[in-house]
Design a binder for this molecule. Sequence first.
Ligand code: KIV
Length: 294
Amino acid sequence: MSRQEPANLPAGDPNPAPASPPKRQGRVTAADIAARKGGDPVVCLTAYDAPMAAILDHHCDLLLVGDSVGMVVHGLPSTVGVTVDMMIMHGKAVMRTARSALVVVDLPFGSYEASPQQAFETASRVLQETGAQAVKLESGVHAAAAVAFLVQRGVPVMGHVGLRPQAVHLSGFKAKGRTEEERSAIIAEAVATAEAGAFAVVVEGVAEELAREITDRIAPPTIGIGASPHCDGQILVTEDMLGLFEWTPKFVKRYADLRADIDRAVAAYADDVRARRFPGAAQLYRFDAAKQAG
Ligand code: KIV
């Protein structure tokens, strides 16, 4: 998605300062997000820990404690190995510093698919132990009963259709919806998720035309990731957009090059230690003669 220059900047400013985020009263709710359909784009990012959540919070409407934490932080090959305990640990960390964004925690693989009751047991545990306000699950026709069961019992649910990473062993990490068969299956997933009462639906890795069609057809806002600008909001994995990895999917726009920055910083530290330049005078504690005398 390309960024638009704010209208009041001098024409041709090559490096416009980003607009500061609007001030908010209180925390964004699932109902606030639902009401953004067709309105101002919903700004979302993933967060897995307290310091990052503190930085992202006031820029974002929604922070997702995604099960992508398994790959991004724990080095797993997919999200399939992520557990409820891992999600709760990261959810608690994010909730310690996120003050204004809606915090949504992913239900990991194997924690909700068996029955609506299983989904409720996991979701209620996640909300009670983390203090987050909503859960997300990879949804579709197969999970519509679970979404409805949760919503009827007071759990705000965000759906997730299109490329579903938890189904990697069946369908891989490839973009979806490029054949007629896949297109109609994904529309059915999105419609079932919306009708079951989801307050928003993540649409991942689908063709532009399909993203537009889903956004037009369902009532809740669509949150795109690799799903074109024709969505009501966007989400990225924060570490991807900050340039922490050598490889990122085609749909990621890099807003920083943290991998190179960290590499340079660590090389400088290592040089300093080896040359005994660190610690220097500014980093020393000294014997305090005045305190000693008193
Ligand atoms: O787990 C995750 O981070 C996600 C998003 C990237 C949508 O599901």
